[in-house]
Design a protein around this ligand. Structure first.
Ligand SMILES: Cc1ncc(COP(=O)(O)O)c(C=O)c1O
Length: 382
């Protein structure tokens, strides 16, 4: 089987991830921060180590500013619903996932002022267009770090500078880049970053988080969920301390243990080395597809501005047929359609049919790419 659906979720997970999850349940299965006994302390230690590893990965000083959530969607909802109120103005780009657009559209019905800056035909965002939109004050700018449809990486640092100069906060959706593209919050100038654990970070589903920059004041962000944290139990009001202010209920300790093992696995191999390897394979894939008749490839021509995602359509063929034939005839797994991002497909001109998306991961080999290109060549011909 050739798995080219790493943008949906990475697979197979490193064996170390499975081992860490097994170990957590067997050896550290207490409720962290609650009971104070050995198993509870051990569970809290595992979770703290993961927080620390993530703070290190994203370049922030204080690990308590890594807030664990269920996934990137949950983290984005925490940020969006925690910072925006009716009457506030928010600016986003034309390549957003529904994890951003749906909460924004729901708030828009309650009086949020939403401006979507159109994306270019290759999925890129123009800082000049954001500068124009920022002429009118906004509370928040939301950017998709890399498109989950065609991989285009946004000029986050440049737009963040403009946003800050205009007095807006910056939230970045790093669902497609955390663990695949180096991210340093202070360099990007981002205030809040939503990540998922089950894609590039090689962790299990049910993990993700919101990272708050050291300079961001949590007083500006209300919690999404309130409840038991194990701390300040004498009060019926939510504690102000981080991360407890945003983490209520028993955390997914077993998932977070797996996530930590995924981060270690990446760090051992080197994020830059993995990115280079995946990038080279995506480039071969893209160039091979461009050479095929009737095939149209989307996204930036310069793959240095892209995650390892390649999207294409074939003239005269439905994307669903191509996906089915790749799966049934060649055992090649990919994702076709709208990828939960109708706005992005509208920007690329591929709405409503969508595209065939091939997403490379750390276990993809050059042979996988060659076999995939031959399979697509065959499907185009027959
Ligand atoms: C750009 C983007 N944002 C958000 C999400 C949602 O991520 P999660 O599945 O962790 O909620 C995805 C997942 O496909 C994504 O690609």
């Amino acid at each position: 089987m050739i798995y080219l659906d790493h943008a949906a979720t990475s697979w197979p997970k490193p064996p170390e991830v499975l081992a860490a999850m097994h170990d957590f349940l067997e050896r550290a299965g207490g409720n962290p921060g609650r009971s104070g006994h050995k198993l509870s302390i051990e569970a809290a230690r595992v979770i703290y180590d993961a927080r620390d590893a993530l703070a290190d990965l994203f370049g922030i000083q204080d690990p308590a500013r890594v807030i664990f959530t269920l996934n990137a969607t949950h983290a984005l909802n925490l940020a969006i619903q925690g910072i925006l109120q009716p009457g506030h103005r928010v600016i986003t780009g034309g390549m957003e996932h529904n994890a951003v657009m749906r909460p924004l559209r729901a708030l828009e019905q309650r009086g949020l002022l939403l401006e979507v800056v159109p994306a270019e035909a290759d999925g890129s965002l123009s800082p000049q267009k954001f500068a124009a939109a920022l002429q009118t004050p906004a509370r928040l700018v939301i950017l998709n770090h890399a498109s989950n449809v065609c991989g285009t990486i946004a000029p986050v640092a440049e737009i963040a500078r403009l946003a800050h100069a205009a007095g807006a906060w910056v939230l970045v959706d790093a669902a497609q880049t955390a663990g695949s593209v180096p991210i340093h919050l202070p360099t990007l100038g981002v205030d809040m970053l939503a990540f998922t654990g089950h894609k590039g970070l090689q962790g299990p589903p049910g993990t993700g988080g919101l990272v708050l920059a050291d300079s961001f004041d949590p007083a500006d962000l209300s919690p999404l969920v309130r409840g038991g944290t194990g701390s300040r139990s004498e009060f019926e009001t939510q504690p102000e301390d981080l991360p407890d202010r945003y983490e209520s209920g028993t955390p997914n300790g077993v998932g977070i243990a797996g996530l930590k093992a995924g981060i270690d696995w990446i760090q051992t191999r080197g994020l830059d080395a993995l990115r280079e390897q995946e990038h080279a394979l995506a480039l071969t894939l893209r160039q091979g597809l461009i050479g095929l008749p009737q095939v149209k490839v989307y996204g930036p021509a310069d793959l240095t501005a892209s995650a390892a995602i390649v999207s294409f359509t074939v003239e005269g063929k439905q994307v669903s047929e191509i996906g089915r034939r790749l799966d049934n005839e060649f055992d090649i797994l990919c994702r076709v359609g709208l990828h939960c991002a109708p706005a992005a497909h509208r920007s690329l001109g591929t709405f409503p049919q969508g595209t065939v998306r091939l997403a490379v991961g750390p276990t993809t080999t050059p042979q996988d790419i060659m076999r995939t290109l031959s399979a697509i060549e065959w499907i185009v011909k027959t």
